[in-house]
Write a protein that binds this ligand. Structure first.
Ligand code: GRF
Length: 203
């Protein structure tokens, strides 16, 4: 039997990308399995989704720690205790320390709702509309210490339509996010990603 890589997912909110990953991993032929979901927000809907899928959950409230380093150390310890090999950030709304991102370099993915390197940070859909771009989308990338930076594994584009609001555009992008994240996790779990000069090559 093929080895399935053990995945830990960090969330803060509704967890629709977590759901897409849970659904993908429900297939025993998928090369990864989710062993732990951690939220920094108690009661996040994402935790319910994990519980329904029979996946272990933990809440690690960032406010219980004196600083980012202590919070990240708690995350790191929980991930290691669960023998996690790959970390996925799925709507995790905390900045991570360079120490944490370095410890998981090459093994941590993030999904961002824009075609990076355009529109790093927040309010990406509104900014895309204001900029008048005709194509927008999402990116799954390896996490590096710089925010929304790092080698790109998968991107999906959608058209920006006349009359789009941030909400209508977000909904169109979100559908693509749910395709892109399992695709990227599969690539990484299958060991098909090599990074050279901040670029990911997919075998
Ligand atoms: C998604 O748009 C994701 O790209 C961004 O945060 C949002 C999380 O949504 N990083 P969900 O919690 O996965 O539904």
């Amino acid at each position: 039997m093929r080895v399935r890589r053990k995945v830990g997912i960090l969330v803060s909110g509704r967890g629709s990308n977590l759901q897409a990953l849970l659904d993908a991993c429900a297939d025993p032929a998928f090369p990864a399995e989710i062993v732990l979901v951690i939220s920094n927000v108690a009661g996040a809907y994402a935790l319910e989704r994990a519980e329904k899928a029979g996946v272990a959950t933990l809440t690690i409230p960032h406010k219980s720690y004196p600083d980012r380093a202590a919070f990240d150390a708690a995350l790191d310890a929980a991930l290691r205790a669960a023998a996690v090999e790959i970390v996925c950030l799925a709507g995790f709304m905390r900045l991570l320390t360079p120490e944490f991102t370095r410890a998981w370099a090459g093994r941590m993915l993030n999904i961002h709702p824009s075609l990076l390197p355009s529109f790093k940070g927040l309010h990406t859909h509104q900014r895309a509309i204001e900029a008048g771009v005709k194509l927008h989308g999402c990116t799954v990338h390896l996490v590096t210490p710089d925010l929304d930076d790092g080698p790109i594994l998968v991107q999906k584009a959608v058209p920006v339509l006349l009359g789009d609001t941030p909400d209508t555009l977000a909904a169109r992008v979100l559908e693509q996010e749910h395709q892109a994240y399992p695709e990227a996790l599969r690539l990484l779990a299958e060991g098909r990603v090599t990074v050279t000069a901040n670029r990911a090559e997919i075998a």
